[in-house]
Design a protein around this ligand. Structure first.
Ligand code: AMP
Ligand code: MG
Length: 333
């Protein structure tokens, strides 16, 4: 199969919407990362997503809709807290897990009786969903285990020959995935930190339970390898003098021929002298925006090891820590 990268003209969006309706896969931009979409009400179409990505079949997909009205088409009963959260944060990088309606196939939910729903903010994503006239289930459009794609080129490099169309909406604004919040237990449970911070969530949802990464796999996707480039990733803990320890690791790895690179905030680059660095920008938002792209860039430049600077917990920092702990497979220095 040939894979075409398409600009986001209304004709191309119509073409892709038709493909979705016909049971084909389309990769599309969202404000978080690129999604690999299929008709969420068509089990055969959803199965193609797992096959294209090499995704384990018990790792459920997020269902994307364009409005709260459409949420009720896939969710049995919308709890009042979901209405409050939606008013505050949807469209946006928040995914809510609720009891599913029978029309949502088991393939989409990994056999669970719940469904994860999100309204993306990206205008291209919303136009595609509206034109398709069906909810679109979509995980990130990468090969399973690889860093999530934040440009159409990343999707192309992972999925060439496996899908017909990629809508190219440029680089994703946020760069890491949505925050996943489970509303099916007494207290809302944060299953995955993401584009929306726990602090902002608490302002509206009140108390939320944070499910610690690395503990029991409450979010089905938690137990799988994630966000890993070909290079080995070492993730530094955050502390005052981390640059010194990062330099020591770099020098040892360099001497053993590993061609390391340091992922760092631009303002910290001078601390690393003439060692190879990839600058992620000045803020933690920049770090999130560039993280996955830079992990892929490190592979393109044949670095054997990426040493990623630690960040302070809180805000988008918690999501960065979650992604980097997983990218590194828990190799914290
Ligand atoms: P991805 O878009 O590739 O990041 O994958 C979707 C994420 O949403 C995975 O981490 C899933 O485990 C999570 N997810 C999807 N559906 C559910 C659900 N019904 N319950 C809990 N987590 C879910
Ligand atoms: Mg993913």
């Amino acid at each position: 199969m040939d894979t075409k990268i398409l600009s986001t003209t209304s004709e191309n969006i119509k073409l892709c919407a038709k493909a979705v309706k016909n049971g084909e896969l389309v990769a599309f931009p969202t404000e978080t990362v690129y999604g690999l979409g299929a008709n969420a009400l068509d089990a055969t179409a959803a199965e193609k997503i797992y096959a294209a990505k090499g995704r384990p079949s018990d790792n459920p997909l997020i269902v994307h809709v364009a409005s709260m009205n459409e949420v009720s088409a896939v969710v049995e009963k919308i709890p009042p807290i979901a209405v409050k959260l939606a008013a505050a944060f949807m469209p946006g990088p928040l995914t809510l897990v609720m009891k599913k309606k029978p029309c949502v196939p088991d393939t989409v939910t990994g056999g669970l009786d719940t469904v994860a729903v999100r309204i993306p903010k990206s205008s291209t994503a919303l136009s595609l969903i509206r034109a398709a006239g069906v909810p679109i289930c979509a995980p990130s459009a990468n090969l399973s285990g690889r860093p999530s794609p934040t440009t159409a080129r990343h999707v192309y490099n992972d999925l060439y020959g496996k899908i017909p169309y990629i809508l190219d909406g440029g680089a994703c604004k946020i760069g890491i995935e949505s925050t996943v919040l489970d509303l099916t237990s007494d207290k809302p449970r944060l299953l995955r930190p993401g584009g929306l911070s726990p602090e902002k969530l608490r302002e509206v949802a009140g108390e939320i339970e944070i499910v610690q990464s690395g503990k029991v796999a409450l979010c089905p996707g938690m137990k799988y390898k994630h966000y890993a480039p070909k290079a080995e990733v070492l993730f530094s803990a955050y502390y005052e003098n981390m640059a010194q320890s990062i330099c020591d690791w770099y020098d040892r790895l360099s001497q053993s021929g590993k061609n390391p690179v340091i992922l760092c905030l631009s303002q910290n680059a001078e601390k690393y002298g003439d060692r190879a660095t990839l600058k992620v920008g000045r803020t933690y938002e920049d770090y999130a925006h560039n993280l996955f792209a830079d992990l892929r860039l490190a592979d393109d430049r044949c670095h054997g090891v990426v040493i990623a600077e630690g960040v302070e917990d809180g805000g988008i920092g918690s999501s960065l820590i979650n992604r980097l702990v997983k990218s590194s497979g828990g190799r914290i220095i």
